[in-house]
Design a binder for this molecule. Structure first.
Ligand code: FAD
Length: 402
């Protein structure tokens, strides 16, 4: 009899960790393992804002999948997933097709513009390494262009960030570090370069309590960030955001939208029932009605039954999904009972540039300033360590001095 074939789609936090755990838990004679990913590298999604601002090199935020997964144990396929054909147990890739006995869908998120007119066409997104390099290069180009043009347009030096959630705030935190460097490099008066954050809700950083939010806002404002909070973006044009009831145009040379994400479009292409772009999975992380399909990470809503709402989608949760999923696939192969996912909340820390941050850790301890920034680096380094041990940590770890 042929071995069961387990196919994992996506080599992000959830998919790569599931693959590593399955390779450890299952003997080669027990199951064939296949990992499909768009690129031959994994990138640290939680570092993308740093790549976009140019405060770290894009190569630091990625590593080769074959450096952390044994290609003799796991078949690695670098291709884009188009859709899953559940009836035939088949995955359609851009360049081929694959059959499976067990499937893990961990394809992450795509940006959601909520249909805001012109956003798709005119704004950059924090979505992957390539897109973030484009943002970095565009910002620098705008500064260089300003320096070299006869008729200077100060708007070229404005960076507009839509969305005051985690990604938007971490991005402006990095821009606060980068913009002075660019001003120095191109001999531009720092006061001419603006960083503006626009948020429709009455507050930024909804995941944190009021005192931490106030700290973050004050710290960023002190370093030159301008906030437009409670300000709705109604349109994005080539020139900037149209905001508020009086349709004011806020002009900028660089426009970035970070205001929302949704699950991979592969989910809708494959006919899964969606709730705000993601699949609400069962406690054991399987898609409803599917015995052999697990959905993890940012593609899934995993319900927090105690609070009657889903757990927030984070890298931390995605890596924990991997543990439950690998356990449950092994249990299915061994005819053992499946486990339900239990979230072990280790806390949340947001960076506000290199030396500042805010966070809540260890069940409620609040951190600000350098302790928060240090904790953030510990969290970032932990993920690298879990994927590739000390060797990878030495190559890619964050050791930026304060
Ligand atoms: P990802 O890690 O995004 O991986 C998806 C993988 O699938 C990628 O390798 C991608 O290339 C691949 N892929 C996508 N589509 C296809 C396709 N069609 N075919 C083949 N491959 C495909 N969370 C935290 O816990 N803490 C933080 O501090 C934090 N900070 C963040 C900062 C930023 C800037 C951002 C953007 C997010 C942050 N998050 C944070 C959220 C966290 O990054 C996500 O929740 C996490 O990445 C989800 O993991 P995942 O495995 O579902 O997806």
């Amino acid at each position: 009899m042929s071995k069961p074939k387990i196919v994992v789609l996506g080599a992000g936090y959830a998919g790569l960790m599931t693959t590593k755990k399955l390779a450890k838990q299952l003997a080669p004679e027990e199951a064939e393992l296949v990992l499909v990913n768009k690129h031959n590298y994994h990138y640290e999604t939680t570092w993308l804002h740093e790549v976009a601002a140019g405060t770290i090199n894009h190569n630091q935020a990625r590593f080769m999948i074959s450096d952390v997964v044994n290609p003799n144990r796991v078949r690695l396929i670098y291709d884009s997933v188009v859709k899953v054909n559940k009836e035939e147990n088949k995955v359609v890739l851009e360049n081929s097709e694959l059959t499976y006995d067990y499937l893990v869908i961990a394809l992450g998120f795509v940006t959601n513009t909520f249909g805001i007119k012109g956003m798709e066409e005119n704004a950059f997104f924090i979505q992957d390494i390539d897109g973030c390099q484009l943002i970095r290069d565009h910002i620098e180009y705008k500064f260089a262009q300003y320096k070299n043009s006869e008729e200077k347009n100060d708007d070229d030096l404005t960076i507009l960030v839509g969305g005051g959630g985690f990604t938007g705030i971490e991005l402006v935190g990095e821009l606060v570090e980068k913009v002075p460097q660019l001003c120095k490099k191109y001999d531009i008066d720092r006061r001419k370069a603006r960083i503006i954050n626009v948020e429709a809700a009455p507050s930024i950083l909804p995941v944190f309590e009021k005192d931490l939010v106030a700290y973050a806002k004050e710290s960023l404002e002190r370093r030159g960030v301008e906030f437009m909070i409670g300000t709705k973006i109604t349109e994005c044009t080539e020139e900037g955001f149209v905001v508020g009831d009086d349709s004011e145009l806020v002009k900028a040379g660089t426009i970035v939208w970070t205001g929302g994400v949704t699950g991979s479009p592969v989910l809708s292409e494959s006919g899964f029932e969606l709730n705000r772009g993601k699949v609400t999975v069962n406690g054991d992380l399987r898609a409803p009605g599917e015995d052999n399909i697990f959905i993890l990470g940012d593609c899934a809503w995993v319900m927090n039954e105690a609070e009657g709402r889903p757990f927030p989608p984070t890298a931390q949760a995605a890596m924990q999904h991997a543990t439950t999923c690998a356990h449950n696939i092994a249990a299915l192969l061994h005819n053992e009972p499946l486990q339900n996912f239990i979230f072990d909340d280790k806390g949340t820390v947001a960076s506000l540039g290199i030396t500042d941050g805010v966070g809540t850790v260890f069940g409620g301890t609040k951190l600000t300033g350098k302790p928060a920034a240090t904790m953030k680096k510990v969290v970032d380094n932990r993920s690298i360590f879990l994927f590739g041990g000390v060797n990878l940590l030495l190559k890619k770890g964050k050791v930026r001095p304060f």
